[in-house]
Design a protein around this ligand. Structure first.
Ligand SMILES: Cc1cc2nc3c(=O)[nH]c(=O)nc-3n(C[C@H](O)[C@H](O)[C@H](O)COP(=O)(O)OP(=O)(O)OC[C@H]3O[C@@H](n4cnc5c(N)ncnc54)[C@H](O)[C@@H]3O)c2cc1C
Ligand SMILES: Cc1cc2nc3c(=O)[nH]c(=O)nc-3n(C[C@H](O)[C@H](O)[C@H](O)COP(=O)(O)O)c2cc1C
Length: 617
């Protein structure tokens, strides 16, 4: 069951047993509270305590020190997997302890007037994609970088940037917010802090720093306010949504017990259904979460790279402050497949290669993209040998090897201790060579009883089933994007949820690529899946995709939305998600008889209500 689901069925949670409400009101309240996210609950608890204080002025029991009036600080968080959100709560607690008032806003809920009215803005934001803002931070990011950005001379601010140094664009979004706010006239209250994967310590340093700076500027108008989280230490609470024993630095070695091809032999794609055991790991995931796989390059590919180099494979190099051999570093720590602009820039600077310098300076931005497409490190070395460099200098040019994520396609409710993945194996021919993706290539070749995968849990609180089991859902998941929806349905089936379910699936060919076809049909037969609409792009002369099916079914889809349906999109971020988004706008515009601006506002509103959620990659 999703943790935020109301427990309407079965026994009353103990905390409610003696609550002074009649059962119907108690059930309503529990349902309502279950729909709120952390910051909304925090705000509500503060509001209730505050209004109680006002209502009962003079009553001994009333807490006297809850901050009222315009908040001293506006905490803005932009989060995908919940880390920034948890730090926002941590900061809220720190300000509460200093008697400072604040409001916490998800960036998606932040409008221009919030910026205009705020005097201290504390930004906590992660970076996703390839140096992009998290989905829910995009509108604010666009607002600040657009022509309609408000001037911020009246604002003091500070930025906490969350990121992962194994990505090329480390903490890029936080840096952009910081630069932009300063260029809009805001004044830094505290320096930006950039956090790597183990973010807690640096985040705490920033939380302490900004809270102290604010307390100094606003000598508390009230004595120490009571904590909104009685009996909990900030760091503990903040860590809880993300805490689990296994991380990418300390993954769980999970046995693989099934690796089955889902696509038919004649398919142009090789998509696998992989089942692994989580037994003994104590990893508890929810539908919508993903599993991270710690990558490792294949030995033969590393040896091929080493054969093109003049260095000894055992030559020592330093990675993250630790010494290891060049071969080991290439196996575990460096990207030897994909190249990127920063690698080419470093390489061009270190190795005299005018062709690369020209490419970087080219007027036409596509020139570099064309060069990078399908080119691996080995190609670069062969074209431009790293003469004059020693092994450590060469290693410093390379990019770190980032983990790969896979949506969980199973529900612990239905299959305890198991994790199922739906993986498309990346294989292609480039420069006359057969190439494959680092992790999917590895997964494709996994076989044997002793196969294991180093995994960790990547939570995704921004992609969750509705709290109410009665709420209808519409799931749009072509290709491997269908994976989380298998988890959604398995979960809803196990819980006996009554909400209606509608799936849009698409792929290339009906006969070869209909992933999990028998399962959908069984669920259709059992009544769990109320509707399924499919689009197979290569079966007809005119290509048909899920967005075409959505438009065909626009009237019905609009009616579902009017009935409160939540809409989910998972899969390709480049073409599919924008096309689906456009289709959704068109449907709302047409069937709601709205202007395009009004439709856009409705879509944003759906996002704000967490009824339009995307998990795209
Ligand atoms: C939140 C999230 C959930 C995800 N869920 C899933 C999932 O459920 N299932 C799934 O399969 N994937 C999923 N992915 C994608 C997955 O994480 C990997 O990115 C994917 O498997 C490729 O990784 P790899 O290591 O195999 O390939 P990489 O080594 O990363 O290589 C992939 C790259 O190869 C290049 N390439 C690919 N084809 C060609 C070509 N024809 N010509 C030239 N170059 C080419 C492209 O640059 C491409 O980016 C998800 C990603 C995210 C972020
Ligand atoms: C798919 C994906 C892409 C990411 N891309 C980047 C990136 O480009 N740069 C970066 O610094 N961090 C990147 N990260 C790391 C996140 O910013 C980091 O995990 C952060 O703690 C997430 O915070 P959040 O839970 O608030 O979103 C990426 C993480 C994921 C899962």
């Amino acid at each position: 069951m999703p943790t935020d689901a109301p427990s309407t069925a079965g026994a009353q949670p103990p905390a409610w047993a003696l609550a002074p409400f009649d059962p119907a009101l108690a059930a309503d309240l529990r349902q309502l509270i279950a729909r709120l996210n952390g910051p909304q609950r925090l705000w509500l608890s503060g509001y209730l305590v505050g209004s109680l204080a006002e209502d009962s002025a003079g009553l001994a029991a009333a807490p006297a020190s809850v901050p009222t009036g315009p908040p001293v600080a506006t905490i803005l968080y932009g989060s995908h997997s919940g880390n920034s959100e948890s730090v926002a709560q941590q900061l809220g607690e720190a300000l509460t302890r200093r008697g400072l008032s604040f409001q916490i806003l998800d960036m998606l809920d932040c409008k221009k007037n919030h910026l205009q009215e705020a005097s201290n803005i504390l930004v906590i934001v992660s970076t996703h994609g390839e140096g992009e803002p998290p989905e829910r931070a995009v509108p604010l990011h666009e607002l600040l970088h657009g022509r309609k950005a408000p001037r911020l001379e009246h604002v003091n601010y500070s930025v906490l940037a969350l990121g992962d140094s194994s990505y090329e664009h480390f903490c890029e979004t936080g840096r952009q917010f910081d630069d932009r706010m300063q260029s809009l006239g805001a004044k830094r209250l505290h320096d930006r802090i950039e956090c790597d994967v183990d973010f807690q310590e640096s985040a705490q340093r920033w939380v302490d720093g900004v809270s102290d700076a604010l307390a100094l500027a606003h000598p508390a108008t009230a004595p120490q306010a009571p904590s909104f989280f009685p009996g909990s230490a900030g760091a503990e609470r903040a860590a809880s949504p993300v805490a689990n024993a296994y991380t990418r630095k300390n993954p769980f070695l999970a046995p693989v017990f099934l690796n089955q091809r889902l696509t038919a032999r004649n398919s142009t794609k090789d998509v696998r259904h992989i089942e692994i055991s989580l037994e003994g790991s104590n990893l508890h995931y929810e539908p919508g979460d993903a599993l991270g796989i710690v990558p490792r390059n294949q030995e033969r590919e590393v040896d091929a790279v080493l054969a093109t180099l003049a260095f000894e494979p055992e030559h020592p190099v330093t990675v993250g402050g630790t010494q290891t051999s060049l071969r080991q570093a290439l196996l575990e720590h460096f990207e030897i497949g994909l190249l990127s602009r920063p690698v080419i820039e470093r390489y061009a600077e270190a190795v005299a290669a005018p062709a690369l310098t020209d490419l970087l300076a080219a007027q036409e931005p596509e020139a570099l993209q064309r060069y990078l497409h399908g080119r691996h490190l080995i190609d670069l070395i062969q074209e431009h040998p790293p003469q004059g460099l020693d092994a450590p200098a060469f290693a410093r040019l390379l990019s770190p090897l980032a983990p790969r994520l896979y949506s969980l396609a199973s529900s612990l409710q239905a299959t305890p201790d198991e994790a199922h993945l739906t993986v498309s194996i990346v294989k292609y021919l480039s420069l006359g060579q057969d190439r494959q993706g680092v992790v999917s290539g590895w997964l494709g070749a996994l076989e044997g009883d002793d196969a294991h995968l180093p995994v960790y849990l990547q939570r995704n609180p921004a992609f969750r089933l509705p709290a109410s089991h009665d709420t209808p859902i519409i799931m749009i998941g072509p290709g491997t994007g269908v994976a989380p929806f298998r988890a959604f349905l398995a979960e809803r089936e196990s819980l006996g949820a009554r909400g209606a379910n509608w799936l849009f699936f698409g792929d290339r060919n009906f006969h070869y690529d209909f992933l999990y076809q028998t399962e959908w049909l069984q669920w259709r037969k059992s009544g769990l899946l109320n509707r399924i609409d499919v689009a197979f792009s290569r079966d007809a002369e005119r290509k048909q995709y899920v967005q075409h099916r959505m438009l065909e079914q626009g009237k019905e889809l609009f009616a579902w939305l009017q009935e409160g349906a939540h809409l989910y999109v998972c899969g390709d971020a480049q073409s599919m998600a924008p096309d689906v988004d456009r289709a959704l706008h068109q449907i709302i515009e047409r069937h709601g008889a709205l202007s395009s601006e009004q439709a856009a506002e409705q879509v944003l509103d759906l996002q704000r209500q967490r009824r339009y959620q995307k998990d795209v990659y």
